[in-house]
Write a protein of this length. Structure first.
Length: 399
């Protein structure tokens, strides 16, 4: 009993720490892109392409990350992902052109693809079905802490006079050091698990789960649609909110800080939206939050600068808070032996739409202006509402 509790605590600590670093590195791209745009003179569509390179490489690897997890093991895959993400940022420190930066972002995307599935599997399987909500909530919130901390440090570093190459190198080094720390903390456990797996392979008594292990495809399909649209909107807002502020005439420093403010709102949104769902119900809460997101985006465009800046934290809360409502369904729809595969599907679909969305928005911004592009994002936000009704109905009658 004591050993099982220790392993569960280690799983939560490692997963949350990894989430802080990996989501921090992923979100740093949002404050880096405006700097790259001014440094290399690239268009909105090219900004979207850079984001797409990272997201597509993440989507492709994330799709198979569940399968890789089952063969390599959760902890090993987490460490490989951290090293690759760190290597991408370290190489970026030597980038002399925008396409070299693109190649570095591709490496970062591969690295960030290798942490969600194994981390969710560690937590979901390490805690009982009646005890996993709290740990999963803590894990979910840790990612927002990382987003805020890393983007804040990046902005502060730039504000203090450091070049973006130098800050990138420091962030990459931090990721590699965290991977080393996880290896030191889990090496004894890895030996024990290897021995236990050998014994289990010699006496296979339990039936093997089939396919992806999805227990209710109708509900899971609705969840995929909702989370994909939601992720696309989040990525598009985070990529272009700094450019919206630049178009309103603010300085580059304030524009990059706008992204940090939106991310800060997400920390409050993850907790607040979950509580709101408990009070109002999933349907009503999700519909309200998505409507507020659409209205908030329009208001940021048309409001005077001081009011637009004041709206950024509330906007961040509603833009990012909905994942606290939707992701809680997933664990109950996946066979415990295929938990990594199920979450890999969810995150792979989200990564794919987060690549397509900003590129499409960038094309619209180049052709029609950044304001029209934001109105399109607001309209897309409302498209996530109808599928949530299907998800609610399906969950009420699980297979």
């Amino acid at each position: 009993m004591e050993r099982a509790r220790s392993h569960s605590s280690t799983a939560l600590a490692v997963s949350s720490t990894t989430h802080i670093v990996q989501d921090g590195l992923s979100s740093t791209i949002y404050v880096l892109l405006p700097i790259l745009a001014q440094t290399f003179g690239i268009s909105y569509a090219q900004v979207g392409i850079l984001k797409a390179v990272k997201s597509l490489s993440q989507a492709v690897l994330e799709f198979g990350s569940g399968w890789i997890t089952e063969r390599l093991g959760e902890y090993r895959l987490i460490m490989v992902g951290l090293v690759l993400s760190g290597l991408g940022y370290l190489l970026m420190a030597f980038a002399s052109g925008v396409w070299v930066v693109g190649l570095c972002l591709l490496v970062v995307g591969v690295g960030t693809a290798l942490h969600h599935a194994p981390s969710f599997a560690l937590i979901a399987n390490g805690f009982g079905a009646d005890k996993r909500s709290g740990p999963l909530g803590l894990y979910n919130a840790s990612g927002d802490v990382g987003k805020l901390a890393f983007t804040g440090c990046f902005s502060l570093g730039i504000g203090a006079g450091l070049a973006w190459h130098q800050v990138s190198a420091l962030l990459g080094l931090a990721a590699v050091l965290v991977a080393v720390g996880i290896w030191i903390a889990t090496r004894e456990m890895l030996r024990t698990k290897s021995s236990a797996k050998t014994e289990q392979d010699e006496t296979p008594n339990q039936p093997e789960a089939k396919g992806w292990g999805i227990l209710h495809w109708r509900s899971f399909g609705a969840l995929l649609v909702v989370t994909s649209i939601d992720t696309m909107v989040q990525a598009s807002v985070l990529v272009f909110i700094a450019f919206v502020m630049l178009s309103k005439g603010v300085s580059l420093t304030i524009a990059t800080a706008a992204t940090v403010l939106v991310l800060a709102g997400g920390v409050f949104g993850k907790a607040g939206c979950g509580y709101l769902a408990e009070r109002l119900g999933v349907r009503a809460a999700f519909t309200l939050i998505q409507t507020l997101t659409a209205l908030g985006l329009v208001c940021v465009v048309i409001a005077p600068n001081w009011l637009a800046i004041a709206l950024l934290i509330p906007l961040g809360a509603v833009v990012q808070g909905t994942s606290s409502i939707t992701y809680g369904f997933a664990a109950g729809l996946i066979d415990p032996k295929r938990m990594a595969r199920g979450y890999a599907l969810i995150y792979s679909a989200g990564s794919l739409t987060s690549a397509i969305g900003p590129f499409g928005v960038g094309l619209i911004a180049d052709a029609q202006g950044i304001d029209i592009a934001v109105y399109v994002i607001a309209a897309a936000t409302l498209m996530a509402i109808p599928p949530i009704f299907v998800l609610r109905t399906a969950v009420a009658q699980p297979v």
